[in-house]
Design a protein around this ligand. Structure first.
Ligand SMILES: [Fe+2]
Ligand SMILES: [Fe+2]
Length: 270
């Protein structure tokens, strides 16, 4: 069996880093200080920024809820230690947005922003993949467990974190460059982004290892990446309708494709 050559930090090293850097507290960020900035927005600006924050919140809640399936399905102790730190961090990411809605921008029905192009990948299909892992673990017929682990990892670490969330951070960068507003939102995003860097590093290392050890997984993993890349234009259009903040959708869409290509390369597929 071929052995993957590790080019990034090991799960154990990432776990050590997480213990030092992943313990920041959302409660210590005074998010209410952003309230005046929200009050200054016009309705289209408010709608667009609320939409992006709502999608982030819904995504963080969903990944918090589903990662435990994957942790149970992974046999390597070091990966399980890292994934335990990741579950804790995802919960805090959801907490940050929850507090932000409560204290800065006002109560929002975040689920109302779950356009089908987002609901599927972030919530419904991810939960189904998690439940399939659970069934494969408990029904004694776990012949497909390896492939299901690889596909769960691709959807979670490769697509949701490695394409969608990273593009979202660039959206916030553009927002900052354009408005110089929302310092507390951007402070939280900076901390979340640092955590996500570890999650993606670990996740892509896992996918690459799975494909190296099981070359037959390469095609289904590639198919999933390509299926999600085809949704980039529709997802971009949703976030930029309306485009009250006046950001550049073409730039963000190009960034999304770049993240897609980069993750495919890291998986050993491009
Ligand atoms: Fe997260
Ligand atoms: Fe994450």
């Amino acid at each position: 069996m071929a052995t993957a050559i590790r080019t990034t930090k090991s799960p154990r090293e990432l776990y050590s880093i997480a213990k030092r850097l992943g313990s920041w507290d959302p409660e210590s960020i005074p998010v209410a200080e952003d309230r005046a900035h929200w009050a200054a927005l016009n309705p289209d600006q408010r709608e667009q920024l609320t939409k992006v924050c709502a999608l982030f919140y819904e995504g963080e809640v969903s990944v918090s809820d589903t990662l435990a399936w994957f942790l149970l399905a992974v046999p390597e102790p070091d990966r399980r230690m890292f994934l335990a730190s990741q579950v804790y961090e995802e919960v805090k990411h959801a907490e940050f947005f929850e507090r932000y809605f409560e204290e800065a921008c006002g109560k929002v029905d975040t689920s109302a922003y779950l356009n089908p192009l987002y609901r599927g990948v972030l919530l419904d299909e991810l939960r189904q993949r998690g439940e399939s892992l659970g069934r494969a673990l408990t029904n004694g017929k776990n012949g497909d467990l390896g492939l299901q682990r690889a596909l769960f990892a691709t959807q979670y670490f490769g697509v949701i974190e490695g394409m969608m969330a990273l593009t979202g951070y660039d959206f916030f960068d553009d927002l900052l460059a354009k408005t110089n507003m929302f310092p507390r939102l951007l402070e939280g995003i900076r901390l979340i982004r640092a955590d996500e860097g570890r999650h993606i590093t670990h996740g892509m290392d896992y996918i690459r290892q799975m494909i190296t050890e099981h070359p037959e997984y390469a095609e289904p993993v590639r198919e999933l990446f390509m299926k999600e890349a085809a949704k980039i234009p529709g997802r971009t259009e949703f976030v930029f309708t309306p485009n009250g903040l006046g950001l550049d959708p073409q730039r963000l869409m190009a960034i999304s494709y770049q993240h897609h290509q980069q993750r495919m390369r890291e998986a050993g597929l491009a």
